[in-house]
Design a protein around this ligand. Structure first.
Ligand code: G4P
Length: 551
């Protein structure tokens, strides 16, 4: 059977999704056919390429290369922010939705650069599954490890895709060993590569024992052509490469590395697939695993820990806000993950934080520059609410009934700190408004220090490029020129009011209040200073923040 470019039978575009009636049964059925995931990877492992390949399978774009701005492709879509172009990075993130085998797949995009990993962490709060993308030549890289820790912390099931198999890389068994040894996740391959680099012929399907042979299409601009071969046919056609794959498969069978659905769902094991995103090889198999094995949305616990049933009226939370996506309109979009019920454009929802109503006349599906009006959404879907200046990161929304509040989104351990001030004193009000806006969007964390006063708040970030974004936006959106002074801190610990005086008296230590949640953070130059302070007074409360706690 061939599933090449002429085989669109299993793919339907969004327009084909029929409108539901919002009854509990309808909501449950729609939720059951949703899969919501994000790709986690180290920069350059091929995240943009695999996103394009998935979109290509879904016919969401006509030609691979139209999803992300990168290299020559830059500017195709995500060029609304000049800084992204200058630095060749993608800061903004949204969701790509398509239908595959009657399943609605939501792929939540994440920024590629490590400095924006806090955004990625937040996206991971909105998914039900993650695809860990590894470069076949590099295996687990630092950024992958960090993001994987977040998945582990949140118990997000992980599918592993080993990419770039069309290039010389490491031995497949060695890569599996690395996954098991370094992150303690038991790898259970579903496919196995036959050949490698220029001789990458296809993959053996471990469940059927048959082989899927890949034939490249020019430039990878259409889905790879697949041929199903029996083991005998594969042996005749690919000789030693097939024999070797077969021997490795026997070895795997002997070690019991078989897919285990319960282990996958509880984030103890990870199904592994091999492929080459650049030629779309293995991408269909990835989609099949998402549909067949990845979890559908389930009842999300609210802030009290009570699961909110999928078929209760609409509720959701904001996991990302993005201002100025379209400079001509100066708008702000809040991205909401639907947790329960049916969202209908135009419905009036309540903002749990303020109790105020919020009209959803402008609801969109946003991916890159593409924006489509979105009329309805179900659990697992992402709704982009336009003109949502009142909505901040972590805010909950609900349709009717008693207040629904989802747990606050985690803030991650900042490692870079600057004091910022406006260099034009006549613009202080605007400066303050801009800082509030950036804090609400989660672009940076804003801290207040008694030592510094209101004129000079402190910005804290996971990566220093976040400061560039903040000052750039203050200048362009708020017209406020600013100057920043780097502060000599590199480590934050959460403390409590009883410890503030003692910590502030310690040399090189300063306690600040995080504006967003009122948390008291003690800042240290490095871990040596922290251990000195701790050894002098072991009773001080100094708790690691989330990224470190998870690491
Ligand atoms: P990222 O978003 O994770 O940062 O990675 P991206 O997709 O931009 O891919 C990084 C580089 O790796 C790109 O090459 C891309 O073409 C290449 N790549 C991705 N998947 C594969 C694959 O399966 N096989 C091979 N051989 N290469 C792959 P580049 O030269 O940096 O950019 P470009 O000019 O090719 O776009």
């Amino acid at each position: 059977m061939s599933a090449g470019p002429d085989a669109p039978r299993e793919v339907r575009t969004r327009g084909d999704v029929t409108r539901g009636d919002g009854t509990p049964g309808d909501v449950r059925a729609e939720a059951a056919r949703r899969r919501t995931f994000a790709v986690i990877s180290h920069p350059d492992a091929g995240k943009s390429t695999i996103t394009e390949a998935l979109a290509l399978h879904a016919r969401a774009i006509t030609q691979a290369g139209a999803v992300h701005g990168k290299g020559e492709r830059r500017g195709v879509v995500s060029d609304w922010m000049a800084l992204e172009q200058q630095r060749g990075i993608s800061i903004t993130s949204a969701a790509l939705q398509f239908t595959y085998r009657d399943t609605v797949v939501n792929l939540l995009d994440t920024p590629g650069h490590a400095d924006f990993s806090e955004d990625t962490y937040r996206v991971l709060t909105a998914v039900d599954c993650a695809v860990m993308l590894l470069d076949a030549a590099k295996g687990l890289e630092p950024q992958t490890l960090k993001l994987f820790e977040v998945c582990r912390h949140r118990r997000v099931p992980v599918i592993t895709f080993i990419n770039k198999w069309d290039r010389p890389g490491r031995e497949p068994l060695e890569l599996l060993d690395e996954i098991e040894q370094r992150i303690g996740l038991r790898p259970t391959p579903l496919t196995w590569p036959v050949g490698m680099a220029g001789q990458f012929h296809g993959v053996a399907d471990r469940r059927t024992g048959a082989m899927v042979a890949f034939t490249r299409t020019p430039g990878g601009t259409t889905a790879v052509i697949e041929d199903q071969l029996t083991a005998e046919q594969a042996a005749t056609r690919y000789g030693p490469d097939w024999t070797r794959a077969w021997e490795e498969l026997e070895l795997l069978a002997a070690t019991g590395a078989d897919h285990d659905q319960a282990g996958f769902a509880s984030a103890a094991s990870t199904p592994v697939l091999f492929g080459a995103a650049v030629t779309n090889a293995g991408v269909r198999q990835l989609l099949d695993v998402l549909v067949d094995n990845a979890p559908a949305p389930t009842a999300r616990p609210d802030a009290t820990g009570t699961p909110r049933a999928l078929d209760t009226p609409f509720s959701g939370f904001v996991f990302k806000t993005q201002a100025n996506m379209n400079p001509a309109h100066r708008d702000q979009v809040a991205f909401v993950r639907v947790c329960s019920g049916r969202f209908e454009r135009g419905m009036v929802v309540t903002h749990a934080g303020t109790g105020r109503p919020f009209a959803t006349k402008y609801a969109q599906q946003v991916f890159g520059r593409d924006r489509d009006t979105l009329d309805e959404a179900y659990p697992g879907d992402v709704v982009g609410l336009v003109n949502a200046t009142a909505l901040g990161i972590g805010d909950s929304l609900y349709a009717t009934g008693p207040t629904v509040r989802f747990p606050p989104l985690p803030s991650f351990a900042p490692e870079h700190f600057v004091a910022i001030r406006s260099t034009d004193s006549s613009k202080f009000k605007r400066f303050r408004r801009g800082i509030e806006q950036l804090d609400g969007e989660g672009v940076v964390q804003v801290l207040r220090s008694d030592r510094r006063g209101e004129q000079s708040p402190v910005l804290a970030a996971v990566g220093p490029m976040q400061f560039e974004v903040a000052t750039h936006r203050l200048a362009t959106e708020f017209g406020v020129p600013t100057a920043v002074d780097h502060l000599p801190y590199g480590l934050a610990r959460r403390t409590d009011p009883a410890c503030v005086a003692a910590l502030n008296a310690a040399p090189g230590v300063e306690v600040m209040t995080r504006v967003r949640d009122g948390a008291l953070l003690a800042l240290f130059p490095d871990k040596w200073r922290l251990s000195t302070v701790r050894s002098r007074d072991p009773d001080l409360v100094l708790e690691p923040l989330l990224a470190e706690a998870a690491g």
